[in-house]
Ligand binder design. Structure first.
Ligand code: NAD
Length: 446
């Protein structure tokens, strides 16, 4: 099947590449000429494990191509995915301008009736707007083409995106009167051969809301555990034991129960805000989610203040930060906790040396240049002469540091572990001042 993908970011590029991998003929379209040039060259503009290899393989087999020309891409396409960004607007609601601009272009440029599939995360009712935008553009050129619209939210996780797409837990599709069902089944058949019931075909509004519901539920678990970890610090309990005890209940499950510096990334923060706004728009106040969002902001401040509390005055201190990406396995730094922490340190008069195996370039782009902030290519070089090291992202290379080397490199033996990666007893035994989250033996009481 010939398929167009509009938007070659994390979602569009992974979708296009995986669809090509199972034999579809995919054309990926992006406005960004630099990205398209890199992709034509077989280079991935984003870091996602395994992705570049898949891109090259499919270019070599003639199953994937990249262009800035939407009109050419749409020729004879049976389906056109919209996978552009839906960033947080000024009032917290999803900014739909990119999605609607693509819809308008599809209405203006289509010559054949492809099924339009909205993969971007969009609030309930957006597919109706996409349909209206396409129809208005078709009407303006007196076209009688019928272009149906489907909702098909994406559930991949950055860092494991290829695996998630190739072996999905579920594929959710929303259709009106089952229009486009055969096309959807043809696209996704290779991904559900083991269990066809993983393809859920439901109504469009339920499909749109399923995505927000899922992300908001995961964000809720994180904020809940973060608050519980703070209570642990007050009462002398250990969040690790609490987590293990809670997670062994199959009704709760083990995942997404880790306390940390607050959730970040391109999805949870903006999707929680957008769902709150959808609730407001439709007259339903989402009290739980309002608190989830507030608790997350509090957590980022809470961990930042642990550093200030230890030093009293941060003026003139040099702090090393290990990890800039919002989680390991990606170079995505959107809403990453390290941004809040680094801003707090710089505002308090400290200088910061940051290290990340993949995300320095994206962080510089997102955060800009700041006095007092520098970057190092090497994790140990970053801590040289620093008063403390702060672990923010649990990349594998930070998991088992050489503590003798760390002690010799730091000017003070101080470690803040905001991912609870290290063993308190070991660190304290080696003479470090060690603080983490929600474990009693490393808590400094005020
Ligand atoms: P992104 O910002 O990485 O990529 C969006 C791409 O769209 C960019 O390359 C941009 O140049 C391109 N673009 C914008 N307007 C265009 C146009 N008119 N024509 C062609 N290209 C255009 O975004 P992303 O992270 O891939 O997210 C895309 C959507 O998927 C969002 O709605 C997001 O919420 C959702 N989503 C993201 C993830 C994730 O982990 N990143 C997971 C699930 C869902």
């Amino acid at each position: 099947m010939k398929i167009t993908i509009v938007g070659t970011g994390y979602v569009g590029l992974v979708t296009g590449t995986c669809l090509a991998e199972v034999g579809h003929h995919v054309t990926c379209v992006d406005l960004d000429e630099k990205k398209v040039a890199m992709l034509c060259d077989g280079r991935s503009p984003i870091f996602e494990p395994g992705l570049e290899k898949y891109i090259r393989n499919n270019i070599a087999h003639g199953r994937i191509s990249f262009t800035t020309n939407l009109e050419e891409a749409l020729v004879d396409s049976t389906a056109a995915f919209i996978a552009v960004g839906t960033p947080e607007g000024e009032d917290g609601s999803a900014d739909l301008s990119y999605v609607l601009a693509v819809a308008k272009s599809i209405g203006e440029l289509s010559k054949t009736p492809a099924l339009v599939i909205v993969k971007s995360t969009v609030p309930v009712g957006t597919c109706d707007l996409v349909e209206q935008e396409i129809k208005a553009a078709l009407d303006r050129r007196n076209s009688t083409l019928k272009i149906p619209v489907a909702s098909n939210p994406e559930f991949l996780k950055e860092g494991a995106a290829i695996d998630d797409f190739m072996k999905p837990d579920r594929i959710v599709v929303g259709l009106v009167n089952n229009t486009g069902k055969e096309v959807i089944e043809e696209i996704y058949k290779p991904f559900v051969t083991d269990d066809p019931s993983k393809l859920f075909i439901i109504d469009r509004r339920s499909s749109e809301l399923t995505k927000y519901g899922s992300n908001a539920m995961l964000a809720t678990r994180i904020s809940f555990m973060n608050e519980l970890s703070r209570l642990c610090e007050r009462v002398g309990a250990n969040i690790d034991y609490v987590r293990l005890g809670m997670g062994s209940d199959p009704r709760i499950g083990k995942k997404f129960l880790y306390a940390g510096p607050g959730y970040g990334g391109s999805c949870f923060p903006k999707d929680v805000e957008a769902l709150i706004k959808s609730g407001e728009k439709h007259g339903e106040e989402l009290l739980v989610l309002n608190s989830v969002s507030q608790a997350n902001r509090n957590q980022k401040d809470f961990v930042s203040k642990k550093i200030t509390r230890h030093f009293g005055d941060l003026t003139g201190k040099k702090i090393a930060v290990w990890g800039l990406a919002f989680k390991p396995g990606t170079d995505d730094v959107r809403e990453t906790p390290s941004k809040t922490i680094i801003k707090h340190l710089l505002d308090s008069g400290a200088s910061v040396v940051a290290h990340d195996p993949e995300a320095v370039e994206t962080f510089v782009k997102e955060f800009g240049e700041h006095n007092g902030l520098s970057y190092s290519q090497d994790a140990y070089e970053a801590i040289q002469g620093a008063n403390a090291v702060v672990l923010v992202t649990e990349w594998p290379e930070y998991k088992r540091p050489n503590w003798e080397k760390v002690a010799a490199s730091l000017s003070e033996k101080v470690v803040f572990d905001f991912r609870n990666q290290y063993d308190s007893k070991t660190l304290i035994g080696k003479g470090f001042h060690y603080e983490c989250i929600g474990r009693p033996d490393s808590v400094v009481r005020t």
